[in-house]
Design a protein around this ligand. Structure first.
Ligand SMILES: [Zn+2]
Ligand SMILES: [Zn+2]
Length: 132
């Protein structure tokens, strides 16, 4: 998995990411472009180029509607797991216990959250049996 913090984005790519995060729903490049226009003077071609680059870095995904419109949205990289300190195995947690917290943080702080990681450390079942 790539470390998102180490990825360098152009200002246009950052603006596209921020706009997608703000809308929280899939958007077409045209809608995205007009939504960004009040703050950013970015041409539609640059929006397309940024979308393409972001898609290649795995941050966004697209789907095509029945009408043939391409809609872009953020890929969520949320990860929740329990990791055993003894054998190193990770066990995924399939529900998100912090979805409400994330929404709350995003509201009360001027911080756009793209994804989160939640990891619990301890001993898995087979390792705790061995340790007894
Ligand atoms: Zn273990
Ligand atoms: Zn979560």
């Amino acid at each position: 998995m790539s470390d998102a913090a180490s990825i360098r984005h152009t200002p246009a790519q950052k603006a596209v990411l921020a706009a997608l995060q703000q809308h929280r729903q899939p958007l077409s490049a045209q809608v995205l472009h007009s939504a960004m226009r009040p703050q950013h003077s970015i041409g539609l071609a640059t929006v397309y180029r940024s979308l393409d680059a972001l898609q290649k870095s795995g941050l966004i995904q697209h789907r095509i509607t029945l009408e043939g419109t391409t809609l872009y949205s953020l890929v969520r990289h949320d990860r929740h797991c329990m990791t055993c300190l003894h054998c190193g195995q990770s066990f995924p947690i399939n529900t998100c216990p912090v979805a409400d917290l994330e929404a709350q943080l995003q509201h009360s702080n001027q911080f756009k959250i793209y994804y989160h990681t939640l990891e619990f450390f301890g001993l898995c079942e087979s390792c705790s049996v061995q340790n007894e």
